[in-house]
Design a protein around this ligand. Structure first.
Ligand SMILES: *Cc1c(COP(=O)(O)O)cnc(C)c1O
Length: 249
């Protein structure tokens, strides 16, 4: 990838851990560029962002600044994000798609705004990443192919069809990813170098995810996603036909 080199990744225990680490890394990148700043870093996101980011802001001491979405579409205008940006913003988070409304936030436009200001942008594709990658209809760009997207989370234990306990966090550039790590030799035991929040790490869910993705292959994911897309279309039609109900997202 452009801007900061290769895309690197970590396997984590789930979406929450991927989201927590994305926030922790962005906070530490922000801090390292502002040594000694007494300011509280800010996390800007639409109100539809997953609660894992509320948790991350609380755990890692960021102010959470939530931007309203249009009730008709379930997503925001890029200008709504742009208005909130400033030097104290350590990270912007948008979703592909959001959990509450399944709306695809405008990734390319928000990435252009954040990229121009050098502000990190995380795309939370925890629920949708492994489905959008195989979605039968044309979709706007939503992943790390978009310059300006600095990290992305996708859960193998959702539409990767793996058992619970496995997700991936992808990051643009090793220098950025280095802020994800905890390392110390300052105790009498072994050198601790942890890329994720766990120490000893259960490899069972990872092995299951690997086996499942090998067994399905791209054709298998495409087939399952096409079936889910068809079912979604049918549900939409039924719901839209019920008086008083409206499909958002
Ligand atoms: C599920 C989900 C998360 C949190 O993931 P867990 O695997 O439940 O920890 C975060 N963001 C989105 C969009 C999700 O769908």
């Amino acid at each position: 990838g452009v801007e900061g080199g290769v895309v690197v990744g970590s396997v984590t225990s789930g979406g929450t851990e991927s989201c927590l680490l994305a926030v922790k890394s962005a906070r530490d990148v922000w801090r390292s560029a502002r040594a000694g700043s007494p300011r509280t870093p800010r996390l800007v996101a639409p109100v539809t962002v997953h609660a894992a980011f509320h948790k991350a802001a609380e755990y890692f001491g960021l102010a959470l600044d939530l931007v309203p979405v249009d009730p008709a579409t379930g997503t925001l205008t890029p200008a709504a994000i742009e208005e909130r940006l400033g030097d104290d913003v350590a990270l912007v988070v948008i979703s592909a798609p959001s959990y509450p409304f399944a709306s695809l936030d405008p990734v390319a436009d928000v990435a252009a705004i954040c990229g121009a200001r050098g502000i990190a942008l995380h795309v939370d594709a925890c629920i949708g990443g492994f489905a959008l990658a195989f979605w039968p209809d044309h979709l706007p760009a939503w992943d790390l192919a978009v310059p300006g997207v600095t990290s992305l989370s996708a859960d193998l234990h959702k539409y990767g069809y793996a058992p619970k306990g496995v997700s991936v966090l992808l990051t643009r550039g090793r220098d950025r990813q280095r802020h994800q790590y905890f390392a110390t030799t300052g105790w009498p035991g072994y050198p601790v170098v942890n890329p994720t929040m766990t120490g000893s790490k259960p490899a069972g869910p990872l092995a299951a995810a690997w086996s499942i993705s090998e067994a399905l292959g791209e054709p298998g994911f495409a087939r399952l996603t096409a079936r889910a897309a068809r079912a979604t279309g049918e549900l939409r039609t039924v719901v839209e036909g019920i008086e008083g109900l409206r499909v958002v997202g």
